[in-house]
Design a protein around this ligand. Structure first.
Ligand code: PEP
Length: 251
């Protein structure tokens, strides 16, 4: 089944608004080098509108890094899916390992967030991945199966308009990249789990690889049949570097 490649940059807690505006101009200027590849950027909330303005009409996605399932309420510090959409976002990362590890994000909470994102008109991007200890103990497939089954547990079989990001926790920000073979095996396993919920439509769900993806290692990872793109942290802070990774994803 045809899946067009998608490369997304997660800025984490970096960049002020002026830096975001400069990035948008650089990215827009270089987009032709990555024609045919979907691109998205996940800025801090305060720069969503800056990117929405700077990238208007470019087709570049703008994703929040996190959101609440609640529409409103006494939830100091939270942000809703509708607020992200209102600010100009087109999607949202859900369950990034830093949210799971540092902020207590659970599979049960994610089960509510995924349909809430769809209801607000945002593309949900569910992040999954095993820790070093889980891989060492042979629990990888079980962990990935649980994260997929529970995180997507409240979607109907027809709600397959989602993206999944496989990010082994041991590879995030560490410079340790999964081998292409290891990434392919995990992606194929995740797709088999998606098929349990979505049937044939699992074949059209894009699964991105994340974990120390750089311009010089992107091509071999992205050449794997079930690796449909990349979720990039550190190497997404410069537009040229994100574009080089996107160019490597061209089919
Ligand atoms: C990430 O933040 O999702 C990520 C994969 O980070 P890095 O590319 O820096 O490992």
């Amino acid at each position: 089944m045809m899946r067009s490649p998608l490369v997304a940059g997660n800025w984490k807690l970096f960049k002020l608004r002026a830096e975001a505006a400069a990035f948008a101009a650089d990215l827009k200027g270089g987009l032709s080098s990555a024609a045919g590849v979907g691109i998205a950027v996940c800025p801090p909330f305060t720069s969503i509108d800056v990117l929405a303005t700077g990238l208007a009409g470019s087709g570049v996605g703008i994703w929040g890094q996190h959101a609440s399932a609640a529409e409103s309420g006494a939830l100091t510090g939270e942000i809703s899916m509708g607020m992200l959409k209102d600010a100009g976002a087109t999607g949202v990362l859900l369950g990034h390992s830093e949210r799971r590890q540092l902020f207590g994000e659970t599979d049960a909470a994610l089960a509510d967030k995924v349909p809430a994102a769809l209801a607000a008109g945002l593309l949900p991007v569910l992040c999954v991945g095993e820790t070093d200890a889980e891989r060492e103990s042979g629990a990888t497939n079980e962990v990935l199966a649980r994260q997929v089954r529970e995180g997507l547990g409240k979607l109907s079989p027809t709600q397959a308009d989602i993206v999944v990001a496989y990010e082994p926790v041991w590879a995030i920000g560490t410079g340790k990249t999964a081998t292409p073979e290891l990434a392919q095996a995990a992606h194929a396993w995740i797709r088999s789990q998606l098929a349990e919920r979505f049937g044939e439509a699992a074949g059209s769900i894009r699964i991105l690889y994340g974990g120390s993806v750089k311009p010089d290692n992107a091509a071999t990872l992205l050449s794997q049949p079930d690796v449909d793109g990349a979720l990039v942290g550190g190497a997404s802070l410069e537009a040229a570097s994100l574009l080089a990774i996107a160019a490597a994803a061209r089919r």
